[in-house]
Design a protein around this ligand. Structure first.
Ligand SMILES: [Fe+2]
Length: 156
């Protein structure tokens, strides 16, 4: 799409393409967090229920940051649930997980995979000379790694 953004068109195209799966995975993570929030059971219910809802809220921020960066780069965002399901590479959240440990382990695995992918695109942004996309991915990765720490601390 037409834009007055000063980055070269090929750089914008490459970055937007790399950001689509990150958007998909942020949507996946946001849904996984709510799935855990609704279904977790156990003596530590309230703390888990709350921490999973905080992750859902953070992931909503990441979705918007990444989706709007794709738009700023002059490309269409692919932000539907159907497209997210096609593009995500996160481990699938199995329906029926209820134990605290299983929910925490699932979210730890999903967060870890997510940060591996955000770090890859962060590196690509730096290599392509776009510190703004790199900054957005730094913010997203920083938040995701902090939450990975929270989730792992709950695991003990
Ligand atoms: Fe709720």
């Amino acid at each position: 799409m037409e834009t007055r953004n000063v980055l070269p068109a090929d750089v914008r195209r490459e970055l937007a393409a790399a950001l689509q799966p990150i958007l998909a995975e942020a949507i996946d993570l946001e849904r996984q967090a709510k799935q855990a929030h609704w279904n977790v059971k156990g003596p530590g219910f309230y703390g888990r229920h709350k921490v999973f809802d905080e992750l859902h809220e953070l992931a909503e921020d990441w979705i918007d940051l990444v989706a709007e960066r794709i738009a700023q780069l002059g490309h269409l965002t692919e932000g539907t649930l159907q497209r997210a399901a096609e593009l995500t590479r996160l481990p699938e959240f199995p329906l029926g997980l209820t134990s605290e440990r299983d929910n925490l382990e699932q979210l730890a695995k999903a967060l870890s995979a997510f940060t591996a992918h955000t770090r890859e695109v962060l590196k690509k942004s730096e290599e392509l000379g776009d510190p703004i996309t790199a900054d957005i991915l730094t913010e997203v990765t920083r938040g995701a790694e902090k939450y990975l720490w929270f989730v792992e601390a709950h695991l003990g």
